[in-house]
Design a protein around this ligand. Structure first.
Ligand code: ZDP
Length: 305
C-alpha cells in the first residue's frame, strides 16, 4: 500500500479504516466510465462518498466518472446507488444503469426474459424504478421513465416561459445570456442550443451553469448544436464530475428539450464526444427510451483509506 494510502488511512481514522480492499469491475458507456461494486450482500455501500471520490481520481486512484454499487432491493430486482466523482450522490444515471445491467449479467444474474431473447432488470433508483434491457444484439435499451418538465420540480428557479415549464428562458452565465430549457430525468438538466457544440468553450461556461443559483440542487449542463430534425451534437458539463465524454440522462434531456422547442423530432440520434445514443420520447406513453452500448473494461481491487 503506497504512502498516500497509509496517510489517507491514518487521516481517516487509524487501523479501523484499514479495511479489506474493495473489489470492483470497470465498465464504460461511450467513455462515461464507472467502477461497479458487487454490493448484493449488504444494504450499505461498501465505500463512503469520500472513498468513492478518492477511487475516481484519475491520478491517485483508479479513475472514473463515478462509483456504482449493485445493491439488494426489497421492491425491485436490484437497487442502484451511485456516487459522482466528487462524492455527491445523484438520483439517476443513464450510462451507468446500462453498465450496471451488463455487470449483473456478467455476475450471472438472468433477469427476466425480454421479447428479443435478451434480459430485463427492474432497478430501484433515486428516480424510481428504471428498466434496462440487455438486447440480443449487444446494445442496451433503457425505459428512462417520463421526463419531469415543471420548472419547480426540476428544480429550476427561473420564471416559467411555457405553462409551468422553463423553455428557452434567458440565463446569464459567465457574462453570456443563454436560452435554456430545464428538464429532469430524475436528475436535473439545463439544455442550451449553440452554433457549434464541438467548438463551444465548455471549460468557461460549464462551471457557472452547473453552480448557477437558478438551480438549487446544481445541474448538469448540456450544450447542443442541431444537425437536422433527426440528429444533434452535444457536449456536457456534469454536476459533480465536470466534462465527461457522455451523459445518458443528459442526452434524454436534450432530446426532450429539442422536441419541446421544435428543433428535433421525438426520435433522434444524440451524438456525444464518446459516441451516439438513440433516444425516443414516445408519444404512446410519454416515456423516454435510450439505446446504447455498455462495455466491460477490466476488474481489480483497491485498498480503502
Ligand atoms: O446528475 C448528476 O449528478 C450526474 N452527474 C449523474 C451521472 C449521470 C450520468 N453521466 C448519466 O449517464 O446519466 C451517469
Amino acid at each position: 500500500m503506497g504512502a498516500r494510502w497509509v496517510f489517507l488511512a491514518l487521516a481517516c481514522g487509524g487501523a479501523a479504516a484499514l479495511r479489506p480492499a474493495l473489489k470492483f469491475r470497470k465498465y464504460e458507456g461511450l467513455g462515461n466510465d464507472f467502477l461497479v461494486v458487487d454490493n448484493r450482500g449488504s444494504a450499505t455501500p461498501l465505500a463512503t462518498p469520500a472513498e468513492a471520490a478518492a477511487l475516481c481520481d484519475r491520478h491517485f486512484g483508479v479513475g472514473g466518472d463515478g462509483v456504482i454499487f449493485v445493491m439488494p432491493s426489497t421492491n425491485a430486482d436490484f437497487k442502484m446507488t451511485i456516487y459522482n466523482a466528487d462524492g455527491s450522490e445523484p438520483e439517476m444515471c443513464g450510462n451507468g444503469i446500462r453498465c450496471m445491467a451488463r455487470c449483473l449479467a456478467d455476475l450471472g444474474e438472468a433477469g427476466t426474459p425480454a421479447d428479443d431473447g435478451g434480459a430485463r432488470f427492474v432497478i430501484e433508483t433515486g428516480a424510481g424504478p428504471i428498466v434496462p434491457v440487455l438486447r440480443a444484439d449487444g446494445l442496451v435499451t433503457v425505459d428512462m421513465g417520463e421526463p419531469i418538465l415543471a420548472g419547480a420540480d426540476v428544480p429550476c428557479a427561473l420564471a416559467p416561459t411555457s405553462g409551468d415549464m422553463v423553455v428557452d428562458a434567458p440565463l446569464d452565465a459567465g457574462g453570456v445570456t443563454f436560452a435554456v430549457t430545464a428538464v429532469s430525468m430524475g436528475n436535473p438538466h439545463c439544455v442550451a442550443f449553440v452554433d457549434d457544440a464541438a467548438a463551444f468553450d465548455l471549460a468557461t461556461f460549464g462551471p457557472p451553469v452547473e453552480a448557477h443559483a437558478a438551480f438549487p440542487e446544481k445541474v448538469n449542463a448540456e450544450f447542443v448544436d442541431v444537425v437536422d430534425k433527426t440528429k444533434c451534437n452535444m457536449v456536457v458539463y456534469e454536476r459533480g464530475c465536470g466534462p465527461t465524454l457522455a451523459c445518458g440522462t443528459g442526452a434524454c434531456a436534450v432530446a426532450v428539450a429539442g422536441a419541446l422547442t421544435g428543433r428535433l423530432d421525438r426520435a433522434c440520434e444524440v451524438r456525444l464526444p464518446g459516441g451516439p445514443l438513440a433516444i425516443e420520447w414516445a408519444e404512446r406513453d410519454n416515456r423516454v427510451y435510450m439505446t446504447g452500448p455498455a462495455q466491460f473494461a477490466f476488474s481489480g481491487e483497491a485498498p480503502l483509506p
